[in-house]
Design a protein around this ligand. Sequence first.
Ligand code: F6R
Length: 610
Amino acid sequence: MCGIVGYIGTQQAAPLIVSGLKRLEYRGYDSAGVCIISDSGARIEKKAGRVADLEKYVDISSMTGTVGVGHTRWATHGVPNDVNAHPHTDQSGSIALVHNGIIENYLTIKKKLLNAGYTFRSETDSEVLAVFIGMLYETLQDMELAVRTALSEVEGTFGLVVLSTHEPDMIIAARRGSPLILGIGNGEYLVASDAAAVISHTRQVVYLNENEMAILRRDGFSTKTIENVDTRSVVEEISFELEQIEKGGFEHFMLKEIFEQPTTFHDGFRGRLQIDAGTVKLGGLASVADKLRAAKRIIITACGTSWHAGLVGEYLIEHLARVPVEVEYASEFRYRNPIIHSDDIVIAISQSGETADTLAAIREAKLKGATVIGMVNVVGSTIARETDAGVYLHAGPEIGVASTKAFTSQLCVLTQFALYLGRMRSLSSEQGREVALGLANIPAQIRSILDRSEEIRSIALEYANVSNFLYLGRGYNFPAALEGALKLKEISYIHAEGYPAAEMKHGPIALIDAELPVVFIAPKDEIYDKILSNIEEVRARSGKVIVIADEDDTHIHTVANHVIRVPRTLPMLAPILASIPLQLLAYYIAVERGCNVDMPRNLAKSVTVE
Ligand code: F6R
């Protein structure tokens, strides 16, 4: 959510910042701006729209100087326009700031500043902070002190970078609730909201901690808390390769990421799955193994797609380990004073590892004494660092705003977690082996579905102009139906609902007419006959039926308008295979409708605000 790139070094900063911003655009893309500090002062250029629009508006190479900062915005306060775009400046125009997060008490601060005669151009909370820092500088005459003093009065969240013509050879960065990393180059330093922006310059990074500030100068950097206590920074290596954040010949990141799933799924169990012993080795959980063995209840908390994965996790864990599981939206959990016991295990699932609600939920759970486990994709992210133990997804960077490969990797990790817990309890090695073998077969099965993507595309083309979609599944496939509907609505803007198939008759059946496509997920499991009845109910009302069915189902084509066949697997693994055609269906429909699938309107990857 909002991309930040700052640079201080020997190279021209502007082109370097703009190329970094392009790599961060998936974090927010409603406006972009750059500030370069040089001997002639602070030059700021900003524009509503994408980074490419900014480039059309200004010749970036004409912005000369070796210190600067850039920003791509996802609007919180104020519509996306040129004025509300970042960077923002103080009243004198000599201090520039970019900000990710929300200043909750900005109205109180703004009122004080207005009373003191300061004026504002934008509707943003961020400009208030810039003006506030400027006011403090007037008396303190020290940029670092002015920023620190301002931040001590601020309530809310920030990942911010401040530059100034008063002290032009310095960048100040600070974080609370919004990630920032420092890139340590050779005689040059970067600061960014995401490793993707720095990897083409350096692999050496420092992850700023909560409430930490960094002062970057031409000859080095230091870190300290916002309260001015020096901190020790640990330089780490970025864990992915540059080509992983490039499109690699695909039209969209989303399509690339869908097609990566045979590999990413395999990476999720490589070195973990022990097929012969029917178990799994999860090194990241060793320190909490005793707590897991004694756990009376598991609470899974997450948002969006990760929450859907959590619902599958509930079924998996209760099935394989017989431990009761509750799944909670993190945004609800954090505020409802949840009842948590010290022998509860809370699992936070997050692709980005930065989702503000999920982060707040784990803090609440920790405060109340639970053991908190992270299932996170982004290495070094805040959730990964704040949880007691964890299992990485190893899906590699996910750039497409709609989550695809992270979802299947979450299911991969959740299945292994359930297996691990089950084998600690009553699951036999024979039962464990069956699950492990099923998992090991998934990458090849995903590949075989991807090989039939053209079939799915031709179905998609028939339905690209409808206004509504219904997705139905039962048991393990109910969350897959929810996820299928979410994928479609977020990238194609078609209204779509997911439901447990049997719930259809309690309301959604009223929607069914000859215009409504209904997607069923109907593998041949023990509730297959029940779902056939639900299909008949839709047919009886002239609804269009699209079914994801087993490849050896010889009956299903007689009751469906379209059948998308997937290989047979264990019922508990069926949502993994079902999600591949659902992702492709959504993708091809959205492309046909001319939507920007990688950057859908109003969305952003990594939701670091409440
Ligand atoms: C949907 C999507 C979102 C995220 C949600 C949680 O495609 O990407 O619903 O799943 O914002 O994000 P993470 O997993 O990063 O915590």
